[in-house]
Design a protein around this ligand. Structure first.
Ligand code: UTP
Length: 297
């Protein structure tokens, strides 16, 4: 029999407007922007699978049908590739949609991240589950998410990913107040959450990143939240209630995250991953080295 704290499901909210990446995201969803040759959403799904998740619900919008197409079969393309003997390519295409059960639900209107997560209630049911924001891609083979799941299994409490930032940058993020850390442990007990604090008012330099593992109690709290500024239902408000009711852990990590919702970090992801790419890496690194020498001389 499976343990009641097994985490098999992930929810990926992908119904936002992507305004920071206009005009690219006018007709192409932000989640479909490629990092080299894989769309961001595929990288996030692969991370979930690497962490042991086999059921993924993507919250999408009426304008993002292409997300559903990406995880569906492409019979004509597969047949044409097969006719040319390109069986490895056919297998790779099929694997995109077969690596997990992938489901979709539409958020008719972008009423906030909290609202998007609440749309997963029926699908998730009474089990703990992960929430993965596709703006954040992790290049860590699922290590962070696996660690967060193990923490929920140990303590029974929800877990949020935290990363250290200089105080001068903390006002761009949700910030966690916490009890002192235990040496050698990535876990901290969170005592409060403050949305986008000024540097001098920030309770710590740990910012909330786009990976969460929640108990299903989060849905009760989301149902109590009234829309705030701009008519949006904020996930942070529900997390604040959950934290006070049941406690919450923070899982501090440092490596492997790219915020591809920001142009600068999107470029960093592309360049760093290209340098490590098994086929392109050596040539691309040489190209960059030559280019840098030329431009800096
Ligand atoms: P963001 O506000 O960072 O993303 O939401 P956005 O709205 O897509 O992009 P910008 O800020 O306008 O450039 C964080 C995550 O929550 C999802 C987004 O798709 C993103 O993954 N989201 C946000 C929803 O699914 N629904 C919403 O109503 C709002």
């Amino acid at each position: 029999m499976s343990s009641p704290l097994q985490v098999r499901k992930a929810v990926i909210p992908a119904a936002g407007l992507g305004t920071r990446f206009l005009p690219a995201t006018k007709s192409v969803p932000k989640e479909m922007l490629p990092v080299i040759d894989r769309p961001a959403i595929q990288i996030v799904v692969e991370e979930a699978v690497a962490a042991g998740i086999d059921d993924i619900l993507i919250i999408t919008s009426p304008y993002k049908k292409v997300l559903e197409d990406h995880f569906d079969r492409a019979f004509e393309l597969e047949a044409r590739l097969a006719a040319k003997g390109k069986t490895a390519e056919v297998d790779a295409l099929r694997a995109i949609g077969e690596q997990a059960q992938i489901h979709f639900v539409r958020q008719g209107e972008p009423m906030g991240l909290g609202h998007a997560v609440s749309m997963a209630r029926r699908h998730v049911g009474d089990d703990p589950f992960a929430v993965m924001l596709p703006d954040d891609i992790m290049v860590d083979g699922g290590v962070l998410l696996r660690g967060m799941i193990a923490s929920l299994q140990d303590t029974g409490a929800s877990v949020v990913a935290l990363k250290e930032f200089p105080f001068s940058e903390i006002s761009a993020y949700g910030c966690a107040a916490h009890e002192p850390a235990t040496a050698g442990s990535p876990l901290v007990k969170i005592t409060g959450l403050v949305e986008k604090p000024k540097a001098e008012q920030a309770p710590s330099n740990l910012a909330v990143m786009g990976r969460y593992v929640f108990t299903p109690a989060i849905f009760e709290h989301l149902a109590q939240i009234r829309p705030g500024v701009g008519g949006e239902i904020q996930l942070t408000d529900a997390m604040d209630r959950l934290l006070r009711a049941d406690g919450m852990s923070g899982f501090v990590f440092s490596e492997g995250r790219y915020d591809i919702g920001q142009k600068q970090d999107f470029l960093r992801a592309t360049v760093e991953l290209a340098m490590e790419h098994p086929e392109l890496g050596a040539d691309f690194t040489q190209f960059l080295t030559d280019l840098a020498k030329q431009r800096l001389s």
